[in-house]
Structure formats: C-alpha cells, structure tokens
Design a protein. Structure first.
Length: 737
C-alpha cells in the first residue's frame, strides 16, 4: 500500500470551513462542492499509470479540500501488507511497509469506516501515528479507498493547524476518496493489462523463437549440418564470436569437443579432442548442471589444457549451458565473446531455454550417426559374410585325435576365454584359420563378427585402406566412406592371416591400433576407438624376419603373447585315416557319389606320404580321387602319392632354370663344405667363388641359416635332408687370426 502527504496553502477564496483551529475557523470563498468534485474527476481520469496519477494527485485535490499533507497507502493482497505508495511532501517515515494489523490504516481498511485521529492527546498511539505527531501534525483523517469491486487502501489527510475536522470536511473527504479510488483502480487495471500484454508478447516472441530454432534443428540429422544450424540459431538470439559443443565421454571421463563454430569466414569446424572435466569451462558447467559464466580471469586460470581455443582466440567471457535430455546430461554448449561481461542473465536464461532443443537435436544427430555407422557396418558384414559363405571350406569341426592335436586344442581351450592376442605358427595348409575360428567360437565375443584379413592376398598399396578404411576423397577413386576391417571387427575378433607378409610401413599403424585401441581412417583426423581381439597366423619365421629387419621387433613382441604351434600333417600321421574318411564323405555328398570303402594299401600309402602341402594337399587329393572313382571303392591316382624318397630326390634335383639367388646359395654351400666351415683366411680363399667377399660369405651364411627354419618351429622336420644348410649350424666356424 502507498501513502502520500501534500502541503497546500489555504486559498483566500474558500468560503466553507473545513476544520476547527484553536483561535477561529479558517473560511473564505471556494468552489462549490459539485464543481470541485467534477474538476477532480476530470483531472484524475486521464492517467494510465499509477505513478502518473500519484504524482499529480496533490495538485488535483488542492482545489477541492485544504490540507497540509496527503497520504496514500495501498493494500497488497498477495502479501497482506499496507504499502506506502506516495508521501507529499516527502517526510522521513520510519518504515514504508507495515502489516495490516499494525496501526490505524489496517483498522480503517477492514472496518471501511472513516477515522479522525487526534495526535495531540496523551493516549498511546500506534502505527505511524507517533512519527506523524513528532513531525508536528495535530489531527489526521483516514478515509477508506474502496470501489464496488475491491478494497484498495486508505487516503489520509493531515493538518498541523487544525485541532479537528468538522462533519462537512469529513463528508467531502469521503466523496473525494471515492473519486480517487476509481482513478486508482483504473490506473492499476491499465498497468496490469499492459504488463499482461507485455508478458504475452514476450511469451509469443519466445515461443516463435523456439519454434524457429526447432524448425532449423529438426531439418538436419548429420553432425556437420546440425552444428551449422545450431550456430545459425545462436547468432539470431545472442551476439557472440565463438561457440562450441562438448559432449561427455564416459570411457575417458573427459569432455570431448565435437564442433567449433566461428562467426567469421571459418564457419563450422569439426573437432575431436578432449578437455579435462575438472579444469575446463565445459567440464565444470557439466558437473554443476546449471548455466555457468566465466570471465577473463577464470579463462586464464584454466590454462592451455582446459581452454586452448579460448586463449588462442582472445576470448574474455563465456557462457556454458548443460545439454540435458530425459536420458540425462549429454554435454555442454558454450557461447563466447571477445568482450568482457558480454552475456547478461537474460541471455543466460534464453540460452538455457534453447539448450533443451539443442540437446535433443545433438542427441538425434548422435543417434543418427550411430545408426548410420551400424547400417554401414551391417552392410559391410553382410558382404563379408556372403563372401565367407561362398568359400568351399567346412569349418564345422576339427578332425584329429593325436596327442599333438590334443595339445593344440587344450591350448586353444585355455586361451579362448581371455582377450589375449594369439599367434598361430605353422606350415601352410595346416588349418590355422580353422583353429582361429574355434578360438573365436569359444570366446565371449562369439556373438560378434569374425573378420578375416589375408596379408598376402592384398596388394601392398591397399593393405592400409583395407585395414583402417578411408574417408570420401581421401585419394583418387575414394567416392564414399568405407569402413576398415578393424571397425568391422569392433567387439569381435580380427584374424590377420599371413601377417608375415604385412608391409613394413603399415606395421607401426597396426601396432598403435593394437596397443592404444585407436586409429584414424585414411584422409581423416578423427580418432576412432576400437575394441577387438586379435588372432594372427603365419607360416613365416618372424624371429628371423625381425633379425633381417623385415618385421618390426615391437610388433612381433605384441603378437607373440600366446603362440601356438600348429603341427604339420606328417607329425600327426595317426589322424590321416580320420581326415580321409571325412573328406571322402564330404565330397561324395557334394558330387552325389556313393563311395563306401577305401582299400587298405591306399590308406597305407596315404599315411606314408609326407604331405608337404599338409591338410590342404590331402583334401585336394581326396577330391580328385572322388572325381575319378566310378564305383563304391575310392581310387587314388598313383601319381598323387609317390614314395617319400622319390619325391625327396625329385625335390633335390636342380631346376632346369635356377634362380640367381638359388645358384649363388648352392655355390656358397658347396664352398663351405669343401673348406670344412672355414669362412676367412688363406685356407678358405681358394674354395670360394670369384668376387665373393668375407662379409658376403658371412651374410649369405646367416641368410641360409635363418631361412632354413631353425627358429620357425619348436620341432624339426624328421624328413630334413642332411645335405641341407641346417647341418651347417653344428659345424664349427673357424676364422683366421
């Protein structure tokens, strides 16, 4: 409620006596009562705001009634207090607001009766009456301000000269209070209507803005386009120089910066680096969960690790708003400016309202990206599995009951439940891929994809793109994005066959992917994380290749976590009958043949054969035999299984057109035999071919020793000829002093 007091001199024209003084009534010529009320009504009707009305009210009442001071107190219905609205002239009141039950004003409001209060009495006074008496007032008249609809407050007249108000003066004051009450009600209603109109207009503008932003955001789904639309929406509502979006990465426990948007020609730039959770503006706002603003001092305190772009761009103020959806906190959107204190609380509130829509747009874009990635991965897996189905191999079971096979299967059963890297060693054709699939099927990743990559089957210039994938435009012919085999094997198993043939320049990148579980596609700077189990296989001597510099030592150690040697078929001859029966049954069904028996001499010949091609050679021989067998008895061509000696003798024959390297090696071996292993000095010089230096002899000897397979397998072939270079290892090397 409000109170106002106004001092007015006594007009000499007044004739009506309004109050009684100690000496004599003040009288004089005055306007008629009706004319005074009419003028008051006209003077107070044109005001549209309460402040304007209260400011002009003392002057409007001056012609109607004499007074020294005028007061107006309005009732605040929501808080149930009496509030001083106007004091004229201004007086040092002890309080501007009182409870309704404190003092005469509340009594007048509740009773709706005019009250004349004499202040020069000895009786105790309440409310503000003691203060008015101290200011020199002798009598006060309080009149209720009331209309047919509401009780507004109290209108108070005060005098220093009079000792009382006569009944005519009180009646006039009541009529004046009725006019003032109508004017106050009118002004209050107009103010409320204007405030309501302004609120509705602001709400309309806010809804329109949110709708415009929503239309901008929902029109795009992929990350770059969404970030561009977000930047456009932010520019329309908040002046800024730089904006960013950082999402929380649960795996690293940090904020991952995804996009930077600039208002200059740089526009939207995708980013992919991490910010610390506890020492970056985005991380702190994410943890607080509320709008957070930081100044130049705060940004400097974060340092290059927490605010690298802010410091580089000369940012002096930043406003960070959490992005929250019904699934929880997603990340933070930030707007920054090169001006200090550039963002007001209203800007922060508006950005907070926009953040929910931005959060939904970012979440949809992320989901769209994940779905698109899964779709591409499923398409790649489908193509890959269709290629696998077309393979003619039966991977349904492992045939064999020999002790060597049991040892291998026990090793596979032991290591399969873990995620450790397995290295399968052995000659070609021994079934390393079949064992790799068994490892995968026994592991906890068996529900995911088993992806096979053959390092020897791919050209050297395509190995990297096949493993890591590439982005559109990474090189000539890259018309679209392509997932690499590492991405296809995410949460599954990657089988790298013939890893010994992997190019040297690809090996460091593979090592990083295995150690750090992250890599980049060709033509991309975005780091991708991968979770896979690696199984590698080779028929090469990796240790020898490491010694020759053909294979990275660190990659070899990374692969050689759990090596398993796959025995050759000649080392498990007792498994040959079971394998023969398996392949006979398989090809008989495929070719619609009925082969019911295998001659004993045929089986014995198959068991005697050394099978340099191992199981693959045996499978091909049986397939050929089934084709050539017209009856129920298996007929194996005699040319397919020569006696071991004849075949070894044939293998030792010099080719008709020997290669230069083979001819040179034969000459060096022959010279070593003739010199009894002496590689230097006068005693050896006469035995060596012309042009061969001691360093060449030592290098050649090392090469032949390594290539003989001494370190490629824990067991030595029982059929190795004593004339091969393996025998040179035991011969002493004598060097002349």
């Amino acid at each position: 409620m409000t109170m106002a007091l106004d001092s007015v001199g006594t007009d000499s024209d007044h004739e009506t006596t309004f109050f009684v003084s100690e000496e004599q009534p003040v009288s004089g010529d005055s306007l008629s009562l009706n004319e005074a009320l009419l003028r008051l009504s006209v003077n107070t009707a044109g005001f549209t705001t309460l402040n304007d009305l209260l400011r002009q009210l003392p002057a409007s009442l001056r012609d109607a009634v004499p007074f020294d001071h005028l007061g107006l107190m309005l009732h605040d219905q929501e808080r149930d207090v009496m509030r001083v609205a106007l004091v004229h002239p201004e007086l040092p009141l002890p309080m501007r607001e009182t409870p309704v039950d404190f003092g005469p004003a509340g009594v007048i409001l509740r009773s709706q009766h005019t009250m004349v209060i004499h202040l020069d009495t000895e009786e105790p006074l309440t409310g503000m009456m003691p203060s008015l008496r101290d200011l020199g007032f002798r009598v006060v008249c309080g009149v209720p301000l009331t209309t047919a609809r509401v009780r507004l407050g109290v209108l108070i007249f005060g005098s220093r000269d009079a000792i009382d108000y006569n009944p005519d003066a009180v009646a006039l004051m009541e009529q004046i209070a009725g006019q003032v009450a109508l004017a106050v009600e009118h002004a209050v209603h107009l103010e409320r209507l204007e405030a309501l109109g302004a609120s509705l207009a602001a709400e309309r503008d806010r809804v329109r803005l949110l709708l415009d932003v929503n239309n901008l955001l929902v029109s795009e789904l992929d990350y770059p386009s969404v970030f561009g639309k977000i930047s456009q929406a932010l520019r329309e509502v908040i002046q800024h120089d730089y904006a960013s979006i950082a999402l929380y990465d649960a795996e690293s426990g940090q904020m991952q910066l995804h996009a930077l948007t600039f208002t200059d020609e740089r526009g939207v730039r995708l980013a992919d680096h991490f910010l610390p959770l506890d020492s970056s503006p985005a991380g702190i706002a994410y943890q607080r969960g509320v709008v957070s603003m930081f100044g130049e001092t705060d940004i400097a305190a974060f340092g290059p690790s927490g605010a690298p772009t802010l410091l580089t761009e000369g940012i002096k103020s930043i406003c960070c708003v959490p992005l929250v959806t019904r699934r929880g906190k997603l990340g933070v959107i930030s707007v920054a400016s090169r001006s200090p204190e550039a963002f007001s609380p209203d800007d922060a509130a508006l950005l907070g309202q926009l953040s929910s829509q931005i959060a939904i747009a970012v979440e949809n874009a992320r989901a769209y990206g994940e779905i698109a990635g899964i779709k591409d991965q499923l398409a790649e897996e489908k193509d890959y599995l269709q290629d696998e189905i077309r393979l003619a191999h039966d991977f349904g079971e492992i045939i064999g009951d020999s002790p060597t096979v049991k040892r291998v299967l026990h090793a596979i059963e032991t290591v399969a439940p873990t995620d450790s890297t397995v290295l399968l060693l052995g000659e070609t054709g021994t079934g390393k891929e079949l064992l790799a699939r068994a490892l995968h099927n026994l592991s906890r990743r068996r529900e995911r994809t088993f992806v096979r990559v053959n390092g020897a089957a791919l050209p050297a210039n395509l190995v990297e793109s096949e493993l890591f994938g590439y982005e559109k435009g990474a090189f000539t012919g890259a018309a679209m994005n392509k997932l690499g085999r590492l991405e296809l094997a995410h949460r599954g198993t990657l089988f790298l066959d013939e890893i010994g043939d992997l190019p040297l320049d690809v090996q460091p990148k593979l090592l990083r992917a295995l150690q750090e579980r992250e890599f980049e596609r060709l033509g991309s700077t975005r780091t991708l994380r991968v979770d896979l189990r690696l199984i590698a296989a080779t028929n090469r001597d990796l240790e020898g290749m490491v010694a020759e510099g053909l294979f990275r030592r660190d990659l070899f150690y990374r692969l050689n976590v759990f090596p398993i040697y796959v025995p050759a078929l000649r080392d498990r001859r007792e498994d040959i009958p079971a394998l023969v029966h398996h392949f006979v049954g398989k090809f008989s069904r495929e070719m619609n043949r009925s082969i019911r028996s295998i001659p004993a001499d045929t089986m014995a010949a198959l068991e005697r054969w050394d099978w340099p091609g191992n199981i693959r050679e045996l499978e091909n021989v049986i397939e050929r035999a089934v084709i050539l067998s017209n009856g129920p008895v298996l007929q194996v061509p005699s040319a397919a299984i020569h006696p071991p000696r004849a075949r070894h003798a044939a293998s030792r024959e010099t080719p008709r057109y020997p290669r230069l390297r083979d001819a040179e090696c034969e000459a060096i071996v022959r010279a070593l035999r003739e010199s009894n292993g002496v590689v230097a000095g006068p005693a050896a010089r006469s035995h060596w071919p012309p042009g061969v230096t001691p360093s060449t002899r030592r290098a050649s000897r090392s090469t032949r020793t390594t290539s003989s397979g001494s370190r490629s397998a824990p067991t030595t072939s029982p059929t190795a000829s004593p004339s091969t270079p393996i025998a040179l290892r035991s011969a002493p090397t004598r060097v002349s002093q």
